[in-house]
Design a protein. Sequence first.
Length: 83
Amino acid sequence: MGLLTIVGKLFGAHRLNPSPPQPSQVEPCPFCRSRLARAIEVDTGLWATYCGDCKALGPRSSSEQEAARLWNSWARKPEVLPQ
């Protein structure tokens, strides 16, 4: 089973984290502008923000809050945004 399949299952009905961050804590996806981006645990103790629409996976971190913060700083960079 590939990483995207596992991430998709985590993002869908079965989530390891019972309390996802509030939608306002995570900026829209810098690639597709979707608001379906959420910080998820991609491995034990390893977090990243994942877009449920275009499947983009943001920078990894050891905490949910840091993964969301990294995504937000990444999402605000003009060179990342689609033209």
